[in-house]
Design a protein around this ligand. Structure first.
Ligand code: ADA
Ligand code: CA
Ligand code: CA
Length: 336
């Protein structure tokens, strides 16, 4: 699958490079610039965002706002990039992978969108369409001046409204003296959009989990694992995180930390086991899109820790494994 994809991209690049490099893939229709303008089309289609022959792809139904946040943060601030849509509709189900057997070729975008890269475009579709990150886009804003504690085993549901730190918690800088906006565990925090001041993010203690969280501007870090007593098991699913200085996730105690369906753009690393510690940490990330990581994905100094990245897309993401690990592996990785 990977090899087909690269081959398709190379062939597509060569075929256009011999004439002019365009701001849309061969056969696609330009619909909006990367300014938040709406790209209008009907049905479920593959949509490209990019310029000068280089693109990222997503799959959307009945149009999409042409904005980097809908494409994992790619081309952030690049208003000269364009959205364009594929000439044919794809299978309507969001899990287009379910129709990715040979029967799909007649109805999916792979049928005609671009000759030699037809099989690659269907694999791109099934991969990218499965990675959505958080669905939250924010709402009315609550300024949090005292950490919200969810520690009774219950669920805090933020309804995808915006929660941003007040100055009492910190300023979202790299200062280590800041407090978290949420402290969870045992329990679950879900459907939260973290606003412009991310302070020290979310602290998970006693196995606290998060689901559907959007960090719009990561503070000192986005989430920290501490004191796990729930079998050391923490999950962070359906998440998006943007614009951190250093770490996205910080692990300060032993445990198992799993992430499914994430979009992360513009930080130094996805997860860091506290420097110099050797406790056993087991981290997994699956179905993630990570871009513009200055250092890489996983970093640890512990010979007792494991990390695994699966079924994910990387762009300018540094090294998958940094430092010392018992094992650090990956499979199903696409570079885009
Ligand atoms: C750094 C710092 C630790 C801790 C950590 C965190 O690694 O050295 O003491 O503060 O950040 O939890 O953010
Ligand atoms: Ca820190
Ligand atoms: Ca921190």
């Amino acid at each position: 699958m990977l090899r087909k994809l690269s081959l398709g991209l190379i062939l597509a690049a060569c075929s256009t490079a011999s004439y002019a490099v365009t701001d849309y893939p061969d056969g696609y229709t330009k619909c909006a610039q990367n300014t938040g303008a709406f790209c209008s089309f009907s049905g479920t289609r593959q949509v490209a965002l990019g310029k000068s022959g280089s693109f990222v792809y997503g799959t959307f139904t009945n149009g999409v706002t042409c904005s980097s946040s809908n494409f994992g943060g790619a081309y952030s601030g690049v208003t000269s990039a364009w959205c364009s849509y594929a000439p044919t509709t794809t299978g309507s189900s969001s899990s287009s992978s379910s129709s990715s057997s040979s029967s799909s070729s007649s109805s999916s975008s792979s049928s005609s969108s671009s000759s030699s890269s037809s099989s690659s475009s269907s694999s791109t579709t099934s991969t990218s369409s499965g990675i959505t990150g958080s669905s939250c886009r924010g709402g009315s804003t609550t300024t949090v001046n005292s950490t919200i504690r969810v520690e009774d085993g219950g669920t805090f549901d933020g309804g995808c409204r915006t929660y941003t730190a007040g100055s009492a918690l910190g300023d979202g800088s790299q200062s280590e003296s800041q407090s978290p906006i949420f402290r969870v565990g045992p329990g679950l925090v879900r459907n939260v959009y973290i606003g412009s001041n991310g302070a020290d993010g979310i602290h998970s203690r006693n196995g606290g989990d998060v689901d559907n969280i959007y960090w719009s501007n990561v503070g000192e870090d986005a989430m920290t694992l501490k004191d796990p007593t729930d079998g050391g098991s923490v999950s962070s699913n359906n998440i998006s995180g943007f614009d951190g200085e250093d770490k996205f996730f910080q692990a300060n105690d032993n445990g198992s930390w799993s992430t499914n369906n994430c979009i992360v753009n513009n930080m130094a690393k996805f997860i860091r086991q506290n420097g110099g510690t050797t406790f056993p940490l087991n981290v997994t990330a699956n179905n993630c899109q990570m871009s513009n990581l200055k250092e890489g994905v996983f970093r640890s100094d512990s010979p007792n820790s494991t990390a695994r990245l699966t079924n994910s897309r990387l762009h300018n993401a540094g090294s998958i494994c940094i430092g010392t690990w018992k094992s650090c592996t990956s499979s199903g990785i696409t570079n885009y």
